[in-house]
Write a protein that binds this ligand. Structure first.
Ligand code: IVH
Length: 710
C-alpha cells in the first residue's frame, strides 16, 4: 500500500506536524488534508499491519488537531474524514447484534488545565455557578477490549464486542467463560427486568507474561501487549480457547435499564457511584480502591495525578483515568455528541513510549574498565522529561535488537525506570542506516590501540590496560560516593573539576588537596573549602569496610567488604593472603578472591594505599568492622526484615542498620523468606503481598522502635 519512501515521508511529516501549533497552520484546508492523510496512514499501520510507528499518545494528538480544525471549520468536514467514523472491530465470523444504546468513545484530556476546562464546560451546559462544586466519579481507563453484557431477568443472555458502536459482534459463548462475569445476577429483586452493562475485558500483566511464555515455548507469535491478548481472546472461535486466556471483566457503566420504573437510569440510581456499588453488591467486578467519588474537579486532578504515579504497580494495564459527572440526572441533561458523552472525559497518562532517531553512539568507560555504549537521540518528550541519550548496555543488546545509526527507534520510560530502546522501526529504513560496530580497541583513547577484552561469562567488553586515566577518574568518583567513603559535598562534578585543574589523578590526591587553592576556585570560597575539608577529614576515620569497597575491586560489594573487614586487622595485610585463605571465608568465592589477590599484588595499588595511610586515611580495623556479636536473644536474631513506605522517625538506612545490629538481615523483596515487614506511611503493594502471604509479621515503625530499644 505504501512504499518505504512514502512511509518515511509520512512519518517525518507526522513528526513535523506534532511539533506545530494549530495557530501556526496558515492554510486550514491544507492542514486538514494532510492531517487526514497522516491519520489514515497511522491507522493502517496500527489496525492493518499491527505495527504502529507512533505512540498512542502521539496518534491522539494528531487526531485532536484534526478534530479541532474541523470544529473551527465545519464546512471542511468530509464524510471520509477519519473523525467521521467510530472505529469498528466487526468481523464476519460473528453474528452482528444491535446494542441497546450506542457505545460511544471518550474525549481525551492530558493535564490539569484540560480537566478544568472540562469542568467549566459541564458547568456551562448545566448552568451551574462557578462557586458550586460538581461531583465526579473517577475510575481507571482500562486498556483492554470493551464489551456489552445484556441480562434478561437475572440471566446473562448476551455478550458483545463494541463493533462500530451501534452493532457489535455477538460473542455470548465466549463471555460466558469469563469467570468474573456472573451468569446470573439478582436484578429482578431490584425491579429491573432488563439491563445492559458496559465493561472492559482485560488480562492481568502477570498472566500476560505467562501467556507469552507458553506461546514462546509452543513457537507461536507473541502478543505485543495485554490488550491484544484480551481482544484476541474475546474473538476466539472456540470458547474453550477464550477460557484458557484467563480474561477478566471490569464493569464501569450501566448503559440501559428496563423495569418497573421505566427506562430512565436515574430513577434507579442517583449517581454513577451508586450504580457501581449496586453492581458490586450483585457480584460484579467493578473498580475498587481505584475508584473515587470526588467532590470537585481539584480532587479529580489530585486523584488522577496520584494514579499516574501508581500505574506501573497496578496489576492491570491502564492508560489513564475516566472522569464522569457523578449525578445521572446531570448526565442526561448534558447529553452526548455522536462520538462521545459530554459528561465524561478520559484523562490520558503521559506516554511511556515515543519515537526518536538514533544519531550516534558514544562510549563511556566505567571504574573497572567496562565499555558502555550510549545512544545519542534526537531529543524527545517522554513521560514528562526530555530524553536525548539512553544506554545501550553492551554489544549483545545492540546485536539482538539490530540497532543501526540513523534508525528511528521506540524509546520507553516506565515509571522510575531509566529510558531504554524497545526496538528499531525497520519499516522506516531507507538503506542509509549504518550498522553499529562495537569497537575492538579502547574507544576512549584511540591512539593507544589497546585491545578490549571480554570475559566469557560477562556481557561487557573491558579495557584491561588503561593509559588515559578515564577509569581512574570513574574510580575516584566512586571512591567519594555515598556508598563508598561517603564524602559529604564531594560529587562527580567536583571530582571532574579538580581533575581538570590537575589536582587529583589518584584517590590519594583527595587527601592532600590544597584547600587554599580550593577556596580560590570560582564558586567555592573559604566557607565551602572548609566544609569540604571537614568532610574529607571525617572520611579519613571511616571503618575499613568502606575503604575496601571504595577501591573498585571487581565483585567486592558492600556486603563482601564487610565480611572481609571482619577478618583483617590492617588493609595492607591483604598483601599476604592467598586465594585459598580468602575462599575459606564463608561467602567469599574464588572469582572475588582472585580479584583481591591480584589487586594487592599490584605494586601501584600498594604504593597508593601507603600514600593514603601516610595522609591520615585509616587502614586499621575499627569497632564498626568487627563481627556483630549477635546475642542469642537479640530481638531479631536470625530474622529477615524489610522496610516499606515512608518512615517518620528514622531514615531508611538508619532503620536498616539498627535492625542489623539486633540480628536481622535486610532483604529487598516480599517472599516466603521474609519474616518481618515494617510499614511506614503509604505502604503499597509490598504490604498487600505480605498480608496475602499470611506468614509475615507486620509491624509499624513505632512497634519496631519499641522492640529494638527494649
Ligand atoms: S466509559 C459512555 N469508563 O475507553 C462512556 N470507558 O475511549 C464511555 N474504557 O470504549 C465509556 N475504562 O472501552 C469508560 N472506566 C471506564 C473505562 C472505559 C476503559 C474504554 C472503553 C471505551 C474507551 C473510550
Amino acid at each position: 500500500m505504501y512504499t518505504p519512501t512514502e512511509e518515511r515521508t509520512l512519518f517525518e511529516d507526522t513528526k513535523r506536524m506534532l511539533n506545530t501549533e494549530v495557530s501556526d497552520l496558515a492554510d486550514p484546508a491544507e492542514a486538514i488534508e494532510s492531517l487526514r492523510a497522516l491519520i489514515i496512514y497511522h491507522e493502517w499501520k496500527y489496525y492493518v499491519r499491527n505495527n504502529p510507528v507512533l505512540s498512542d499518545f502521539e496518534y491522539d494528538q494528531l487526531y485532536k488537531m484534526l478534530e479541532g480544525l474541523e470544529q473551527m471549520h465545519p464546512d471542511l468536514v468530509a464524510p471520509d474524514s477519519p473523525t467521521q467514523r467510530v472505529s469498528s472491530d466487526l468481523t464476519e465470523d460473528f453474528r452482528s447484534v444491535e446494542h441497546l444504546s450506542p457505545m460511544l468513545s471518550l474525549a481525551n484530556s492530558y493535564n490539569a488545565e484540560d480537566l478544568k476546562d472540562f469542568d467549566k464546560s459541564v458547568r456551562k451546559l448545566l448552568g451551574i455557578e462557578p462557586g458550586i462544586p460538581i461531583a465526579y466519579t473517577v475510575e481507571p481507563k482500562f486498556d483492554g477490549g470493551s464489551i456489552a453484557l445484556v441480562y434478561d431477568g437475572d440471566q446473562l443472555v448476551r455478550g458483545a464486542t463494541r463493533g462500530d458502536g451501534r452493532l457489535g459482534d455477538d460473542m455470548t459463548p465466549n463471555a460466558r467463560t469469563i469467570r468474573s462475569i456472573p451468569l446470573k445476577a439478582g436484578f429482578s429483586a431490584h425491579d429491573i427486568s432488563r439491563i445492559e452493562l458496559r465493561g472492559e475485558a482485560i488480562i492481568r500483566k502477570d498472566n500476560f507474561g505467562k501467556i507469552n511464555e507458553i506461546r514462546g515455548k509452543e513457537g507461536l507469535p507473541l502478543f505485543a501487549n495485554p490488550r491484544n491478548a484480551a481482544t484476541g481472546g474475546l474473538r476466539m472461535k472456540d470458547p474453550g480457547d477464550t477460557a484458557k486466556r484467563g480474561i477478566e471483566a471490569f464493569i464501569y457503566q450501566i448503559s440501559y435499564v428496563e423495569g418497573r420504573m421505566g427506562n430512565d437510569t436515574s430513577r434507579y440510581f442517583d449517581t454513577q457511584w451508586d450504580g457501581m456499588e449496586f453492581l458490586q453488591g450483585l457480584g460484579f467486578k467493578v473498580p475498587g480502591e481505584e475508584r473515587k467519588q470526588c467532590k470537585d474537579i481539584q480532587e479529580v486532578i489530585d486523584f488522577c495525578a496520584a494514579w499516574e504515579e501508581r500505574r506501573d504497580s497496578y496489576p492491570y494495564e491502564i492508560d489513564g483515568m475516566v472522569v464522569k459527572v457523578d449525578r445521572l440526572s446531570y448526565q442526561q441533561e448534558i447529553g452526548s455528541t455522536s462520538h462521545h458523552p459530554r459528561w465524561a472525559i478520559a484523562y490520558k497518562f503521559k506516554a511511556k513510549q515515543a519515537t526518536s532517531r538514533l544519531i550516534k553512539v558514544e562510549y563511556q568507560v566505567g571504574k573497572i574498565g567496562s565499555i558502555t555504549p550510549v545512544a545519542k537521540l534526537e531529543p524527545v518528550q517522554l513521560a514528562g522529561v526530555t530524553v536525548s541519550s539512553v544506554s545501550l548496555h553492551n554489544e549483545d543488546f545492540i546485536t539482538s535488537k539490530d540497532l543501526r545509526i540513523n534508525d528511528y527507534v521506540i524509546v520507553e520510560r516506565a515509571g522510575d525506570v531509566i529510558p531504554y530502546i524497545v526496538k528499531a522501526l525497520e519499516d522506516l529504513r531507507t538503506g542509509d542506516e549504518v550498522p553499529i560496530e562495537f569497537p575492538r580497541y579502547c574507544p576512549i583513547n584511540e591512539t593507544a590501540q589497546i585491545p578490549l577484552v571480554r570475559v566469557p561469562s560477562e556481557a561487557a567488553w573491558r579495557c584491561p590496560n588503561c593509559t588515559c586515566g578515564a577509569q581512574d577518574l570513574q574510580r575516584i568518583i566512586f571512591h567519594v560516593s555515598k556508598s563508598a567513603m561517603n564524602i559529604d559535598g564531594f560529587g562527580k562534578s567536583i571530582v571532574e573539576r579538580f581533575s581538570d585543574e590537575g589536582w587529583i589523578r589518584s584517590m590519594a590526591d583527595i587527601y592532600r588537596l590544597d584547600y587554599e587553592k580550593v577556596a580560590q576556585l570560582e564558586g567555592f570560597g573559604v566557607k565551602s573549602a572548609t566544609k569540604l575539608k571537614s568532610s574529607i577529614d571525617k572520611a579519613k576515620k571511616n571503618p575499613i569496610h568502606r575503604l575496601l569497597h571504595s577501591l573498585s575491586i571487581h565483585h567486592l560489594g558492600q556486603r563482601a567488604s564487610k565480611i572481609l573487614a571482619e577478618h583483617i586487622d590492617h588493609v595492607l595485610d591483604l598483601r599476604h593472603w592467598t586465594i585459598e585463605q580468602l575462599t575459606a571465608i564463608k561467602d567469599i568465592g574464588p572469582v572475588l578472591a582472585e580479584n583481591v589477590v591480584n589487586y594487592f599484588a599490584d605494586e601501584r595499588n600498594i604504593a597508593m594505599l601507603e600514600d593514603m595511610e601516610a595522609l591520615g586515611v585509616n587502614m586499621r580495623q575499627t569497632s564498626e568492622d568487627k563481627p556483630l556479636e549477635v546475642v542469642e536473644d537479640a530481638p531479631f536474631a536470625g530474622k529477615t526484615i524489610l522496610f516499606t513506605g515512608t518512615l517518620h522517625k528514622l531514615k531508611r538506612k538508619e532503620a536498616q542498620e539498627l535492625a542489623e545490629k539486633q540480628g536481622a538481615r535486610n532483604i529487598s523483596a516480599v517472599s516466603s523468606n521474609l519474616n518481618i515487614l515494617v510499614v511506614g506511611e503509604k505502604a503499597g503493594s509490598k504490604l498487600k503481598k505480605a498480608e496475602a502471604l499470611g506468614t509475615v509479621e507486620i509491624m509499624t515503625e513505632d512497634q519496631f522502635l519499641e522492640k529494638v530499644q527494649a
